[in-house]
Design a protein around this ligand. Sequence first.
Ligand code: RP5
Length: 163
Amino acid sequence: MSEQPLVGVVMGSKSDYEVLSAAVEILKTLGIAHVARVLSAHRTPDQLFEWVEKSTAQGMCVIIAGAGGAAHLAGVIAAKTLVPVLAVPIAATPLNGLDSLLAMVQMPKGVPVATLAIGKPGAANAALFAAEILALSDAALHKRLADWRVARAQEVLEATLPE
Ligand code: RP5
């Protein structure tokens, strides 16, 4: 998107994109200006901090951070900014995402991250949560979000089962 991004989707590795693409899809569907980046808390800490500082100074309002393993990405981003950070745990090790879920959800008092479900459902919900935050001050987005919900309800009501 060429507009100033309101939401940043950051992931610790390119291998996380398979999950985080679920967030990007929702942001596209709702017409929310966004940017997606690979930046790692332990492999590229300096570049991560630079990106957080620059992006938030330019108007980014919400950051979605997805990572697997000892997932400190969301926490270190939250340490550097006051914009809401939404964390998506990713199943990237033999612990199937429980490791990153606990790392994200167990942030010590004082530097919060809001942690969603492990994997694609969490990534999609992170984008919807970001949309809800932005919709508080954007009536047009609020309407798109409400329409999106109605369409999902309609899908349930129109579902057919095999005879
Ligand atoms: C984490 O380690 C990343 O977020 C990813 O989920 C996991 C594995 O990364 P790669 O070794 O595939 O780059 O930092």
